[in-house]
Structures are given as C-alpha cells and as structure tokens.
Design a protein. Structure first.
Lengths: 164, 153
C-alpha cells in the first residue's frame, strides 16, 4: 500500500514484493535480495546503526525526533500522505459510552506507564473519537489510492488494445 | 385496560433500560474480559495487547484473558468480536491491517470495519520510513526516484 502510494505520488513504477511479516522483509533488504523497504523505524534503526541500510525518509507528515537529520517524505514528495498505521483497541458496535471512556482512560494509563510503549507511541491525542476519525481518513486515502490504481490498469488495457 | 397495558409496557421498558445502564456501570464485575488478538502470539500487536491487558486488569479489578484467534490476515478474530455482544466483555486488539488494508486486499470481508466496531483507543502509531540497502547507489529520495526511472526504461 505504501509502495503503491509512493509509485503514484513520485511518478515511478517500483515493483511490489508483498511480505508476510516485517522481519523477513527487513532481512531481505539487509542481505540485498530486495533494494528497498517501507517499514517502521524501530525495525530499520538497528540495521542503520550497523551500516547495513540507509534511511532515506520518514513517511509521517513531520520529521521523527530521534532521526532529526532524516527528512519527512512530505518535504520531498508533497502529495505523499500516508494514512497512519496503528495498533489499537476496539469493541463491537454499540459498546456503551461509559465502558469506552473507562477503557480508554485505563488503556492510555497502561501504555504511558510502559517505557517501551511510550517510546513507540507517536500520537498526542488519545481520544476514542480521534481514533474513529483516523480510521475513516485512512479508508478515504486507501479508496482514492485503489481507484487511481484500477483506472491506471484500465489505461494499460486500452493501450494494449491499441497495439493489436 | 389500554392505560394499564401502556403502564406495564412503560414499566417493562424502564426496567430494561435500567438494567442496561446498571450493567454498564457495574462492568466488568460479571466475568473475565476476553481480549481477542487476531494473530498468533509473538508479534508487536500481541505484545501490546498483553502489556495493556496485564496493566488494566488491576485497575478494573477483573481478569483480562488474551486469546489468539489467528487466520485470514486477522479477519477471523476481528469477525468474532464484530459478532460479539457489545457488553465490554469481548474486546479486540486490531491494526490498520485488519481495519483498513483488509478492505482493499480481500475479496470479501465478513465485517464492516467502520459500522461493526466501536474504536476505543489507537494504542501505538508506529513511525515508518523508507530504507534502502547500503549498496544501493542513492543517498536521497530524489536520487532514488531518478534511479528508479532510469532503471525502468
């Protein structure tokens, strides 16, 4: 998905290799089987520190505090706007608001109490409504990406037809 | 008779509403809370779920049972929670994969990622990057784009 977004916004055609997990993908970039990867910084930094990979850009709207020298992709390719990737907690539809509020408060407390979780967290607003908004926005971004892709495919087909 | 029936219905309705509110207020006194992780044990999401589950159990005074129900890119476990009663005793540890990407990658999704769930919190939003192998002869994204264009010709 990030690869497709990059292809569309940067005007390139880099081939995707879908992986089942981040570990094998990172391993293949380190060993040189594939040249590049879109991956979380926590997976890439150890390999960067030992000089096996170079981090060219951070894919969030702003730079990352721990890699201040690395530019954000939006500084380079302004059209590249990646929907946030997240781990989160949800309940079934219709979960009473009292329960949502209580869970939200306790979960945020639990996350902030863990040093590792605190380091991994990038967001500033923990509200359940914000989470809902982020999911909706991500869907909209994905939908436009998929539409552009399918229309491009149709374009290819038309071209093929013309060749014959 | 009409009035009596209306009154009975009214009383019944208020008892039901009252029971619901009371259930939400007493939550989670009734039984352990199940937190479904729709992937096998081990990856980051599982760790986050176990960390949070362990910590909120004390605060809520109730056991949190983390259940790994993996399969079909996380959609099997997610569907279980979509179909569960919204009583706070079944929760889901989800990802953008199960709730955003799956819609576009899978032929049919057994749930609606927006309508069938109540978001509680985005626990971790990882920072992502573009990394290249050190031997790739580029040091900037601009150079990478030029490199990609020249090598695809």
């Amino acid at each position: 998905m990030m690869g497709e977004l990059f292809n569309q916004t940067a005007g390139v055609r880099i081939k995707h290799v879908p992986y089942r997990g981040v570990a094998p993908a990172m391993q293949d970039v380190i060993s040189g089987h594939i040249p590049m990867v879109f991956i979380s910084v926590s997976n890439a930094i150890p390999a960067m520190q030992t000089g096996r990979v170079k981090i060219l850009a951070v894919l969030e709207p702003t730079r990352y505090a721990k890699l201040p020298q690395v530019r954000s992709m939006s500084e380079i390719v302004p059209a590249f706007q990646k929907p946030s990737s997240w781990f989160g907690f949800l309940g079934p539809a219709g979960l009473p608001h009292e329960i949502v509020t209580r869970l939200n408060a306790e979960m945020v407390k639990a996350l902030n109490a863990s040093r590792r979780a605190r380091q991994a967290r990038g967001q500033r607003d923990d509200g359940d409504r914000r989470h809902a908004r982020a999911i909706r926005r991500a869907h909209a971004a994905m939908a436009s990406c998929a539409t552009a892709r399918s229309s491009r495919r149709q374009g290819y087909r038309r071209n093929d037809g013309g060749m014959r | 008779m009409g009035t009596f029936r209306f009154l009975t219905l009214y009383l019944l309705a208020s008892v039901c509403v009252g029971a619901d509110t009371a259930a939400a207020q007493n939550w989670p006194a009734a039984k352990p809370v199940t937190m479904v992780v729709p992937f096998p044990p081990g990856p980051a999401l599982d760790l986050v779920a176990r960390l949070v589950g362990g910590k909120i159990a004390d605060a809520l005074g109730q056991t949190i049972v983390v259940e790994n129900r993996s399969g079909a890119n996380g959609t099997i476990g997610s569907n279980l929670v979509a179909r569960a009663a919204p009583d706070g005793y079944t929760l889901l540890a989800a990802t953008a994969g199960t709730h955003v990407t799956a819609v576009h990658l899978m032929k049919s999704l057994p749930y609606d990622p927006l309508k069938d769930f109540t978001p509680i919190v985005a626990a971790v939003e990882p920072v992502t990057c573009l990394a290249v192998n050190s031997a790739v002869p580029v040091d900037t994204v601009e150079a990478l784009i030029a490199y990609a264009r020249s090598s695809s010709r």
